[in-house]
Design a protein around this ligand. Structure first.
Ligand SMILES: [Zn+2]
Ligand SMILES: [Zn+2]
Length: 345
């Protein structure tokens, strides 16, 4: 295709439109499977050899492509004609536009807790990074699950090493934006961590979370959490109560533990208490967030995004932090990447 033909026909239009629809659906909380058709279609269109999209638009054979259905074909056709697709217009109207950002949101530079399709997220690391860049982030920690969480396709040491190599390549592509290497590592029953020590030592951000035996009695649960927090590799204590509020998984009560002991250990060891922004988590609950704030803890306002659109959930946590008079200097993701990657304070 000659260069002037490429500029006369803006190929990124349809791909961008499909991704924008997926982003808006995810941001509104749609389950990943509902969004998949749009992300898949974006990939199909972006992989087409030069000239093929134009040819198919002319001869009406878009839908003969695997991965392009009635809805996505209409989006592609309208976007290729330089229009905003009707589907996107409707979606943007329903959402009512972005919320006014809080002062805390404006202070955030990144996100310490995100997942990709390497574990149980819906999109590849590169697409997560592109969405983070579009949101104005300077960095994003990629924290896929650890091996024991088989339901979430947790990363074996070998897969984690392969992911580190990928992040290296993506970082040269996306600079100055940076993907920080990381993990959401399971806190095992005895407080030890579910990944090889030498690998944890190599990672920029380690979020440690309880995902199993959530009903353990308070005594052993407290010991388990404190042991994890004392581990020198841990930077963030993820969703500390494990509660789930309604939603697809039907709700789950808070785990029981001694919050003074757990948050005291976080403060002592410089581990940030996560303020998890997922609408079904909102963890820790208000009374515990209050306690952690009074205890003098650091915090990390994290989306725990499993899809690109969910990266825009930070405001949920910012509002809660401000309500508890937590100031930006106590929130680690207001810091530039090179400060976040330094050994914890
Ligand atoms: Zn988790
Ligand atoms: Zn997570």
């Amino acid at each position: 295709m000659p260069a002037d033909a490429a500029s006369a026909f803006p190929l990124p239009g349809p791909v961008t439109a499909l991704r924008e629809i997926a982003f808006q659906l995810e941001r509104a909380g749609a389950p990943t499977y509902r969004v998949r058709a749009f992300r898949r279609a974006a990939q199909v269109v972006s992989d087409l050899p030069a000239g093929e999209l134009e040819r198919r638009l002319v001869d009406g054979s878009l839908r003969a492509l695997a991965g392009i259905g009635e809805v996505t074909a209409e989006v592609v056709t309208q976007a290729a004609a330089g229009q905003e697709p009707d589907y996107l217009t409707r979606l943007l109207q329903e959402q009512g536009g972005p919320l006014p950002a809080s002062a805390m949101r404006a202070a955030l530079r990144g996100d310490c807790h995100t997942h990709s399709d390497w574990s149980d997220g819906g999109s590849p690391p590169g697409e997560m990074a592109e969405a983070a860049i579009a949101l104005g982030h300077e960095w994003m920690a990629l924290t896929d699950h650890s091996p024991r969480l088989t339901v979430a396709n947790g990363l074996s040491p070998e897969r984690l090493e392969a992911q580190l190599a990928l992040v290296d390549r993506l970082n040269s592509e996306f600079a100055p934006f940076r993907i920080l290497t990381g993990i959401e590592v399971d806190i095992l029953d005895d407080g030890s961590l579910d990944q090889r020590e030498d690998l944890l030592a190599r990672l920029d951000v380690v979020v440690a979370s309880v995902h199993s035996k959530l009903r353990m009695p308070a005594g052993p649960m407290t010991a388990r959490m404190v042991t994890a927090v004392r581990n020198p590799h841990v930077d963030v204590l993820g969703h500390c109560t494990g509660r789930l509020l309604g939603g697809r998984r039907g709700g789950r009560p808070e785990s029981e533990f001694d919050p003074e002991a757990a948050f005291g250990a976080c403060r002592e060891h410089g581990v940030a208490v996560e303020i998890n922004c997922r609408p079904e988590r909102r963890d820790p609950p208000g009374r515990l967030l209050s306690l952690a704030a009074e205890a003098g803890c650091l915090f990390s306002i994290d989306t725990d995004a499993h899809a690109p659109g969910q990266l825009d959930w930070l405001e949920n946590g910012c509002v809660r932090a401000e309500r508890h008079a937590i100031t930006p200097d106590r929130v680690i993701n207001t810091r530039p990447a090179d400060q976040v990657t330094q050994a914890r304070q």
